[in-house]
Ligand binder design. Sequence first.
Ligand code: BGC
Length: 740
Amino acid sequence: MTLEEKTSLLSGADFWHTKGVERLGIPEFMMCDGPNGLRKQEGESDHLGIHGSIKTVCYPTASSVAASFDVDLAKQLGERLGDECQRENVSMLLGPGLNMKRSPVCGRNFEYYSEDPYLAGKIAAAYVKGLQSKGVSACPKHFAANNQEYRRMSGSSQVDERTLHEIYLTAFEMVVKEARPKSIMCSYNKLNGTFLSENKYMLTDVLRDKWGFDGFVVTDWGAVRGAENGMNAGLDLAMPGGSEDHEKAVLKAVQEGRLDEKIVDKAVTNILNTMMWTLENKPSKVKPSDDSTRKADYEFAKELAENSAVLLKNERRALPLKDGQKVLFVGEFAKNPRYQGSGSSHINSAYVSNAYDAARERGISFAQGYDIKDKGNNLALREEALEAAEKADVIVIFAGLPASYESEGFDRKDINIPPEQDKLIMELAQLGKKTVVVMHNGAPVSMPWIDYVDAVLDMMLAGDAVGEATVDLLWGEVNPSGKLPETYPMRLSDNPSYLNFPGEGGNPVYAEGIFMGYRYYEKKRITPLFAFGHGLTYTEFDYTKFHIDKPEATDKDKITVSVDVWNVGRYAGKETVQLYVAKADSRYARPVKELKGFKKVSLSPGKRKTVTFTLDARAFAVYDTRLHDFYVESGDYTIMVGASSLDIRNAGVVKIQGTTRIPHDFNMFTPIADILEDEKGREVFGPILEQSGPADGTEALGEGADEMMRNMLLEMPVKALSSFGMVDEKTLLKMMDKIK
Ligand code: BGC
């Protein structure tokens, strides 16, 4: 290829296509937004979901998919989207989005999975595997630390190295290692002062060298900054196309000797490799989408919605609803549901079901209750609802966030739903009848009426089948089984990012560090409205026969944990067993516990299944900034299994021997405690510290050492041993030599 041909491939032909090279038979290649459906634009293009796109099926958004805690369903979703892309001749789907939910008010949280990197990573990997099994490239986004919309194109996320790797990069690392995506999208923002599109540490050192990524890096739409810096950092493709600025700048940089042509070759190779893969995996014949494909996809959207809805509260046996009850539906969302977010992921639904139509044959009645477009206080609608409620046995209120609250491009101001909805719920609840609230929201909301209602079914943003899924869940045709993939705080100010969100000038300091989401609430003992992993069901599950296969292991061994789950209730249902790992006496600041495994099982009443987890070193590791890598400390770890982060059913301990030695630079001013943490340090200094005591003959750090004396000495620098006459200086120097 000529240099010009090569550089022409480095930016797009138009909004959604790469350029082809006719002379060499290289075709254009189309990419489209999703990720909870296919947003293929045939007319005018944009990246904010403003212009139209083809009619298709809108699936539950990422926040819902994560709530299913179901990797099989996530994979099937990827497969369905892959088929749809093939039918529409789309080679790459721009997703999934897997940024961490640092704050509940980030405008795009509905597009993201979780506040927990392990959960997000597992769901994303399954989705990518499914999509790519159909020969369509995935493009996990937005890499990385893009956790707010405010100043998303200019702000700098200030994140320390450990927090970055343990929290904000882990899901990306998992998806790269487990699912090998053919592409990745770098985000608009800066990380610690450097734009992601020109961040060599991120695009090359971490992504390629550390994790082994072998696809191509594409910018978020318009995120390219300096062409030369970008190329040198590891950027491959600048999108959208339509202007020749980028390729011309690259060409000039090579011609003027500022950019090595080998770097251009590498980028072109990365792009062509993916294109070749796409061509090789293209089915020879595909039937275009039609009513039957859409119907099948819709049925799957329904299954996913039913498996994602979270039953947050259920008292007085309010749910499931029973035949013969007089049920009143209240709220505009019952007829006109909220089922997806706004922005570039916005899908043009061919058909959306609503709960009112889906339940009509069950004889329900309806009152509008509020006007979603009218911000005012609609007294007449509320009174009409209160009056209608007099005749009902059960009141089901459909509430949640209006579309204008949740979108790409800006953040929410608070976590409230419109006040008139809160008021309506409160007034209806006070009638003393059974009151159920069905929520539609892509991120946590406050529920000031929670103590006054009997049940809350959180449908999240459930996609096209929202209405039918809601009705099936309400009447118990399907048993709710979703669990919260993020904490619902009592109030926004409880959230760990609160003081540093969105940051001055859009430069948030991630001061809460690794204590994000439940890692923070648990550590600070702050009671949330609903905890991470929480979700009820109409049946009941018992956990028995918890077993860890070995009491001791090294960090090279695999540990198998198993537990039997019984359905001891009256309904068939699904349970997600969550596995958490904790290290109490750590030398690092560590969360109370962290999710390291989850499995969803389906059980008929009276039935039992054994759930098994295999844990490797990573389940126990922290990121150590001296090693610049993950590291397993030696010691006791507690392994727990439970039905939510706050509902732990069984726990056991395993002793793990770490096999990596942390490089250190011990000197005379190193605290004695640090020396004793090192194996060699203990060997050399241990005996002296136990034998040689201070002048009065008491031991220094031996068994009988005075507690105060011991604590004081541990925090002193090594030099104190000679200053205070426990060893002479010459001996001390020799000892130091031995441990270096
Ligand atoms: C969004 C991406 C999207 C792209 C193309 C950007 O504004 O951040 O998620 O894929 O536009 O529409």
